[in-house]
Design a binder for this molecule. Structure first.
Ligand code: SF4
Length: 317
């Protein structure tokens, strides 16, 4: 059965031989691990805008905010051709209902962060640019979780990106289910601890927004909620934030667990805080107590199971 969550991926990362030299940059983590959970929508801007394989390598040149896309040796300008393609392709991708995008790093078309922009002055290139297709995607889909494949090898970045993707999917599922004010309260209640783990400020902001929800039209409320919710998830969680959430969770146990159980859990939370054990360790015990003591509010919290355990996103120290 095909996984239902769609994410866009730079085509060469899937092993497709679309690079300028006829090669690919197959990333096995993407295809072999993420492929079990996501349906990929491949995009190769250079080939899809009409360039051949093989072709001359390209680079960005000029203004860092508005660079030109030129071939590296012959300086042929493909900026307009690429921009026309980008305008068309982002419209098509709107219909795909993507929940995220993984870009190939360093590419003048697909790179998301720190792409080299060569200077007409002959000064060394500035590593602050963005590929033209990646720019068009950021502009068209400002809430869409996006990352580069190289950065996904960092376990913290990987955890945050994928948590963001699954959260976006939950939001889209909510929108497709005839949302109303009551359903928004239910949705928000379930996400509360996850939001707190990413941004305590957004936890307060979203709480206030939902509490005053009846003062807004439904459309305005949902639009504001989406922007703030996705902003919240774009903040990285951290040991400090997770520790804060777990201490908050302990408040729900305090009259139920025995002194020994409390001590055991506290020790695991401190071990996590000291980076001696991964987040998974105290959370496993928390999940055990949630089941054992049947704590309804916590049973519904997405924070305790925000993504498939098999992805092992919370197993790093
Ligand atoms: S980096 Fe982007 S443009 Fe280059 S081959 Fe890969 S998908 Fe195509």
């Amino acid at each position: 059965m095909k996984p239902e969550i769609k994410i866009g991926v730079s085509s060469c990362l899937l092993g497709n031989p679309v690079r300028y030299d006829g090669g690919h940059k197959h990333d096995r983590y993407i295809t072999d691990t993420l492929g079990k959970y996501f349906q990929f929508v491949p995009v190769c801007p250079e080939v899809e805008c009409g360039l051949p394989i093989p072709r001359e390598a390209m680079r960005l040149v000029g203004d860092i905010e508005n660079p030109s896309l030129l071939t590296s040796r012959s300086n042929k300008d493909y900026t307009e051709q690429m921009q026309q393609f980008c305008a068309r392709r982002v419209e098509e991708l709107e219909k795909e209902n993507l929940c995220g995008f993984i870009f190939k790093k360093d590419s003048p078309s697909s790179g998301l962060f720190r792409v080299k922009v060569y200077q007409n002055s002959g000064q060394p290139p500035l590593k602050r640019g963005r590929g033209l297709f990646a720019s068009a995607m950021v502009e068209r889909f400002p809430q869409l979780p996006m990352e580069e494949e190289g950065r996904l090898h960092d376990p913290l970045i990987r955890e945050n990106f994928l948590e963001h993707v699954f959260s976006y999917r939950r939001w889209r599922d909510f929108l497709e289910d005839q949302p109303d004010y009551k359903k928004l309260i239910t949705f928000h209640t379930r996400q509360k601890l996850l939001i707190m783990a990413h941004s305590p400020q957004h936890y307060l902001l979203l709480g206030k927004l939902v509490a005053s929800g009846k003062k807004h039209s439904k459309e305005q409320l949902l639009q504001d909620y989406e922007i703030k919710y996705m902003d919240a998830l774009s903040n990285f969680s951290s040991i400090k934030k997770h520790t804060n959430v777990m201490q908050h969770i302990m408040g729900y146990f305090k009259d139920r667990i025995t002194p020994d159980e409390k001590q055991e859990l506290l020790e695991l939370i401190w071990n996590y805080k000291d980076a001696l054990v991964p987040l998974m360790v105290p959370l496993t015990l928390i999940n055990h107590y949630v089941r054992k003591y049947n704590i309804a509010y916590l049973q519904k919290q997405v924070y305790l199971t925000p993504h498939p355990a098999e992805l092992m996103l919370r197993n790093h120290v």
